[in-house]
Design a protein. Structure first.
Length: 257
């Protein structure tokens, strides 16, 4: 009898351990650049409608997320606003696959006070614009490109005293939403998001030749390719539905993918 009880206890532990392992394998942990938030949230919602897998996302600046993953942060997939970060992870042997490009981002000037459609880059010099928000160029690709385009149009020195920096491009957009900044250089994907659309501001798409391209990519972190849920989500990312969502939020999707 004691043996039976002991065996039943052992079996319970095995089953509990298996259940925990199964639950862990059905979870996908994503680190993603903040500019992709609304597109990725939509993608995950569509995926959730056809899968029981649990997808959890942490949004931030690409540079800081890169540092976290490099130092062993427990993420399965990394979506970067600059594909060079996934490429660096791959070069360092920290990925399970080569990086894949999911789109090219675009920069816009957004404002409720000025008229970017008419004034274009000069809208940043509008006297009613006291603060201009951009992502921190120290670790956010959209911030780096914002500085590049202002230098290209020779207005950086005139605007730099107005600049306020968001931790990432999403925070730069939040400054616009709250009124802390009257104009900003943000991602087109955020300008097209529901919260920004409700504000009824206007935006101007900054010419691509004024800055380095924002080729954006993702990669599966080393070891995560053994996770069935990660493989399922990776396969889903190749679907036409996902491409349409990225296009809806202003990303230029590779045609040859």
């Amino acid at each position: 009898m004691k043996r039976l009880v002991s065996f039943c206890g052992f079996l319970s532990l095995v089953l509990a351990s298996s259940a925990a392992s199964f639950a862990q394998s059905k979870k996908v942990r994503i680190a993603a650049a903040s500019d992709v938030k609304f597109a990725l949230d939509s993608i995950i919602a569509v995926f959730a409608a056809q899968s029981s897998d649990n997808v959890v996302v942490t949004y931030g600046s690409s540079g800081k997320l890169f540092e976290q993953i490099s130092n062993g942060a427990p993420f399965d997939i990394f979506f970067s606003a600059d594909i060079s970060y996934p490429q660096k992870l791959s070069a360092n042997g920290l990925t399970a696959m080569p990086p894949e490009q999911y789109g090219t981002g675009r920069l816009v000037i957004w404002s409720q006070i000025a008229d970017p459609v008419r004034e274009k880059m000069e809208s940043l010099l509008n006297e009613r614009v006291r603060h201009v928000s951009i992502a921190n160029p120290q670790h956010a690709p959209y911030g780096q490109r914002a500085v590049e385009c202002m230098l290209y149009f020779d207005i950086y020195d005139k605007v730099k005293t107005k600049l306020v920096y968001g931790e990432n491009v999403s925070q730069a957009a939040q400054y616009l939403y709250s009124g802390a900044a009257q104009a900003g250089i943000i991602a087109l994907s955020l300008a097209l998001s529901p919260p920004m659309q409700k504000l009824k501001g206007s935006y101007y798409i900054i010419p691509e030749e004024s800055h380095k391209p924002l080729h954006q990519g993702f990669v599966i972190v080393r070891g995560s390719d053994k996770n069935v849920a990660v493989r399922e989500f990776h396969l889903f990312l190749k679907s036409e539905k996902v491409k349409e969502i990225f296009k809806f939020y202003g990303f230029v999707v590779p045609e040859n993918d």
